[in-house]
Design a protein around this ligand. Structure first.
Ligand code: ATP
Length: 191
C-alpha cells in the first residue's frame, strides 16, 4: 500500500475564527499522528480538511492514496439495513473483495450482529460498526475522529490491532483523540 498525507502551511477558518494556521506535517507509509487539543480547537475540522471535505483557508493538502473518514458522531451507515448489508453498500462503492465486510466485522468483534438493523445497535456497537466500515473499505489513509469514544476495553484492543495491521501494510492513520487509543510511535499534533 502506498500512501502519503502532507499538510503544507495549512490554515483553518471556521466562521470568522482562525482555528489554526501554518500547520505542516508529512505522514509516510506506515506512519501515524495523533491530533490533540482542547474542545473547539479544531481537531474535527483538521480531519475534515485532511479528508478533502473542508477547504483550508490557506496552504495545501496533498494525499496520495484513498482516504476514509470516521466522524466522531454517526456511522455513515443506513440505520434501516442489517449491519452486514449496510456495510456491504459501502464495500460495493469501494469495490473491495466480497469477504472484506465479514473480515472487518470479525476484526471489530461484531460478526454476531451482522443481521441486526444498524438503528438497534448500542452506542459502542455503532462505534465498532463505524470502524468496521473504515477497515472494510481498504482506504490507505484512515482519518479517525475520537475513535475510542464509547469503546470498551476489548474493542479498544481490537482497534489498536487493526491500526497496527493497517500501518504494517503501509497505511496511514491520523486520529483526533482526548484519550489514549493504543497508537504506538504516533507523531503528536497539538492544536
Ligand atoms: N460549520 C461551521 N461553521 C462555523 N463554525 C464551525 C462550524 N463547524 C465547527 N465550527 C466551530 O469550529 C470550532 C472547532 O470545531 P471542531 O469540531 O473542529 O473542534 P474540536 O477540536 O474537534 O472540538 P471537540 O474536542 O469538542 O470535538 C468550534 O468553535 C466550532 O463551533
Amino acid at each position: 500500500m502506498s500512501a502519503t498525507l502532507a499538510f503544507d502551511a495549512v490554515a483553518c477558518l471556521r466562521g470568522d475564527r482562525l482555528l489554526f494556521e501554518g500547520l505542516s506535517f508529512t505522514l509516510a507509509p506506515g506512519e501515524a499522528a495523533l491530533v490533540t487539543g482542547p474542545n473547539g480547537a479544531g481537531k474535527s475540522s483538521l480531519l475534515r480538511i485532511a479528508a478533502g471535505l473542508l477547504r483550508p483557508a490557506a496552504g495545501r493538502v496533498q494525499a496520495e492514496g484513498t482516504r476514509a473518514l470516521a466522524a466522531a458522531d454517526g456511522t455513515a451507515l443506513d440505520g434501516a439495513l442489517p449491519l452486514a448489508r449496510a456495510l456491504g453498500f459501502w464495500a460495493a462503492l469501494d469495490r473491495v473483495r466480497p469477504s472484506a465486510v465479514a473480515d472487518a466485522l470479525d476484526a471489530m468483534g461484531i460478526a454476531h450482529l451482522a443481521q441486526v438493523p444498524v438503528r438497534l445497535l448500542s452506542t459502542g456497537q455503532r462505534r465498532r460498526a463505524a470502524l468496521a466500515r473504515v477497515i472494510a473499505g481498504g482506504a490507505a489513509i484512515w482519518l479517525l475522529d475520537e475513535p475510542g469514544n464509547g469503546l470498551d476495553a476489548s474493542a479498544s484492543e481490537r482497534l489498536a490491532d487493526a491500526m497496527a495491521r493497517h500501518r504494517a501494510e503501509g497505511g496511514i492513520v491520523l486520529a483526533a483523540t482526548h484519550q489514549p487509543i493504543g497508537l504506538s510511535d504516533a507523531r503528536g499534533i497539538q492544536l
